[in-house]
Design a protein around this ligand. Sequence first.
Ligand code: 2NE
Length: 270
Amino acid sequence: YPWETIKEYSEILFQYYEGVAKISINRPEKHNAFTPQTIKEMSEAMELARQDERVGVVILTGEGGKAFCSGGDQSVRGHGGYVGEDNVPRLNVLDLQMQIRRIPKPVIAMVAGWAIGGGHVLHVVCDLSIAADNARFGQTGPKVGSFDGGFGASYLARIVGQKKAREIWYLCDQYDAQDALQMGLVNKVVPLDQLEDMTLDWCRKILEKSPIALRMLKASFNAELDGQAGIQQLAGDATLLYYLSEEAKEGKDSFLQKRKPDFSKFPKFP
Ligand code: 2NE
């Protein structure tokens, strides 16, 4: 596909094609493990994709066909987090997880090869996951001295159930694409050479749908799990819709025109 580069980065690719933004980790020599810099770049790209009115769906993936992402780069893990060039330890992937959940557009994980550790959690928090038949899933935290007790535990348990989520974390086993499909961890499994075709096919179907309906649905799915923060997101979308109404405009206009608002013509629905 003729993907066009939106912005050049050092550790990711950020591309656009027909309504779709693709954010791809580009460290295949490390199975696409992330550093603080990788996450900084992904985070900026996600924000740009959010602001870009051409974009209706975001694909998250990894380059090379052998790994989606193998989690935090253990070779730069220091005292208190993953250390970048500024020598500051960070766990900025947690902020990226929030961005993936917050962006009011569907995010699809396109998974080839390893989705492991913090890389597994990244696909878990995406709206949808499409896996190639070579995909392998799992958590490694308790093996390598780490854990993600946030979405990595609670949201995973919402998806696969409490028993399975505990098994995944306590045993640190690896699961193939069919296992993942069976436990509802991915939406679809396709041969590796059809992965991008199928993902773009799903993107096209989504792009034909009402953007506001999709936005409200994403916020509604989130609200159930996210408590006050989820309600805030959903309520923000309700405010957006209200701002589009004549009723809300009457409030603003009356203030600017220094007159009393007249809401009498607006219906009081049962
Ligand atoms: C993914 C896995 C199972 C693949 O195994 P294999 O045998 O197919 O590949 P190999 O040889 O292990 O990996 C290829 C190269 O990639 C590097 C390896 O060191 C190797 O490099 P060379 O030795 O050839 O130079 N590599 C792979 N993953 C890496 C990583 N995460 N960091 C740095 N280098 C990595 C196997 O590679 C594996 O188990 N990888 C480690 C997975 C892991 O434990 N990730 C971190 C989990 S913790 C986390 O991500 C996290 C969190 O828990 C909470 C918050 C934030 C992050």
